[in-house]
Design a protein around this ligand. Structure first.
Ligand code: DC
Length: 226
């Protein structure tokens, strides 16, 4: 069986993780959600009151980075690894709108990025991995054999995330979700360290009008042609 590195980057809520999980399951590859790692660091910063609506003590977070241990523990029922922060399962805690509203600020910090990128490269050193994020094809695995860059309109993405949050019982408004998507797009593409850009050798997929199955088939064909 072909063992390569698959990098999936793109804007928030473009369905990167859905596609990455489908691919990993189909190919028997490891799946790594790097956004979950940035979210877990953000959750740590919130818990320790380093970040809140009044401000962000970046230095305090940087000083504490060595105290943060992130691991993925495979959940056989889900078929992928869940995010653990210092031994605690934080899968639910890291998906709230509060974490979403702070995470781009945490992801701007170079020391945070360096720590997470190093861990991501270690996880992928034996290939056979599907990793999704913002800088996988550009920074983490510039030599990945297959690079996908996913896009869709902000309206479409906000609708998807809003429906997902409603189904989980979250009490949010559509306007709040759309604003969050637009703000993160801006910060993710404008930060100094590893901004979200499409790698020169990535293949762009706009899935505004593609079903999950159609999109999966497109990428599987690309995989088979390598
Ligand atoms: O994919 P996500 O929405 O869970 O990612 C959360 C945030 O983390 C996103 O707004 C930007 C940041 N991120 C990043 O900077 N680099 C990555 N490789 C993954 C995520």
């Amino acid at each position: 069986m072909k063992k390569i590195t698959i990098a999936i980057d793109g804007f928030s809520s473009t369905g990167k993780s859905t596609l990455a999980k489908q691919l990993a399951k189909h190919l028997g590859y490891i799946y790594v959600d790097t956004g979950a790692m940035y979210r877990a660091v953000t959750y740590y910063a919130m818990q320790n009151n380093f970040i809140n609506h009044n401000g962000f003590d970046k230095e305090a977070l940087i000083k504490d980075l060595s105290k943060i241990t992130l691991t993925f523990q495979f959940n056989i029922n889900l078929g992928y690894g869940e995010m653990y922060l210092n031994g605690m399962n934080v899968e639910n805690e890291i998906r709230t709108i509060e974490v979403s509203s702070f995470v781009s600020k945490v992801a701007e910090i170079s020391q945070v990025r360096a720590k997470l990128v190093e861990q991501q490269q270690e996880m992928g050193k034996n290939k056979g991995i599907v990793m999704d994020g913002r800088d996988i094809g550009t920074v983490v695995f510039p030599d990945a054999e297959l690079k996908i860059f996913m896009t869709a309109s902000a309206q479409t993405r906000a609708e998807r995330r809003y429906n997902e949050m409603l189904s989980k019982g979250d009490n949010v408004s559509f306007e709040e979700v759309l604003k969050n998507v637009q703000e993160r797009d801006y910060i993710d593409t404008h930060r100094e360290d590893s901004p979200l850009v499409m790698a020169d050798d990535a293949i762009e997929i706009d899935n505004s009008h593609l079903s999950r199955e159609e999109q999966f088939q497109v990428v599987l064909d690309l995989f088979n042609n390598i």
